[in-house]
Design a protein around this ligand. Structure first.
Ligand SMILES: [Zn+2]
Length: 264
């Protein structure tokens, strides 16, 4: 049994980025843990909050539902507040993830890696996929935590395949459909989206776990804008977009391999 710790910036990021790998690993009998850097406290506030219920309460419940959908054994929180997108006022709040001391945040994560005796930890690429300050921070925190852990785990970076997204966009435009965004950017930090295929190491087929992916996304129902657009996709588009997950593994020789990183 391998223990894999999937680290994400906000509750719902796991559903759109790594839920297929989480479901696949747990279906194979591995231990899957998810850790969130932030509480997601600047997400969309749903209209149906119960008296006394906060957005953070709701997002924790949603994260637990998502974990149940993917067979994830443990949900853990680093406890920082959401930093908002680049330029938002909350970028300056002292207790947010973006402003957290790197070693302090990495220390919190390293403690979880040690408790789990983690074999693998996943984070994000160098610009957090699309430049959100919390996602960029998460890249650094995961690499530092791997250094601080008693037993250093393998580090993978969940990312988006920019070349593939461009091909999807071209197809959509040719069919007269709106793709929603241009993967060549500029994204939140001015960079393009994700990683060129030449710098990706793992293409993971998760097409057998589309139902779990959809259930994980639906768990985060409060986040209508982000999740609603995925839910609105026709089934064949959903399968094309979410049937594959991509990871870089720093230090590995170049070349994208279609396979499963747990097989080695
Ligand atoms: Zn996020």
């Amino acid at each position: 049994m391998t223990t894999i710790v999937f680290v994400h910036a906000h509750p719902d990021d796991e559903s759109s980025q790594t839920s297929g790998s989480m479901a696949k690993a747990s279906a194979e009998g591995h231990r899957v843990v998810v850790v969130y850097g932030t509480n997601g406290d600047h997400g969309e506030v749903p209209e149906d909050l119960a008296p006394g219920e906060t957005l953070v309460d709701r997002r924790r419940k949603e994260a637990d539902m998502s974990a149940a959908a993917t067979g994830t054994s443990r949900v853990a929180w680093l406890g920082y507040s959401d930093s908002g997108m680049t330029g938002w006022e909350q970028n300056h709040e002292p207790n947010n993830f973006h402003n957290a001391d790197l070693d302090e945040a990495a220390g919190r994560l390293a403690q979880i890696l040690d408790e789990e005796n983690a074999d693998i930890v996943t984070g994000y690429d160098w610009h957090g996929g699309y430049g959100h300050p919390d996602h960029v921070k998460l890249h650094h925190v995961v690499h530092r935590a791997a250094e601080l852990a008693v037993r250093r785990p393998r580090v993978l970076e969940a990312t988006f395949n920019r070349d593939r997204l461009r091909a999807f966009r071209d197809l959509a435009l040719a069919a007269g459909q709106d793709f929603g965004f241009d993967p060549d950017g500029p994204m939140d930090d001015g960079n393009p989206m994700g990683t060129p295929e030449a710098e990706i190491h793992w293409q993971v087929d998760v097409s057998a776990f589309l139902e779990q992916r959809r259930a994980a996304m639906q768990s985060h129902a409060s986040q209508v804008t982000d999740i609603g657009s995925f839910m609105a996709m026709p089934p064949e588009v959903f399968a094309a977009v979410f049937g594959t997950e991509f990871y870089s593994e720093p230090g590995r020789p170049p070349g994208m391999r279609e396979g499963w990183f747990l097989d080695e």
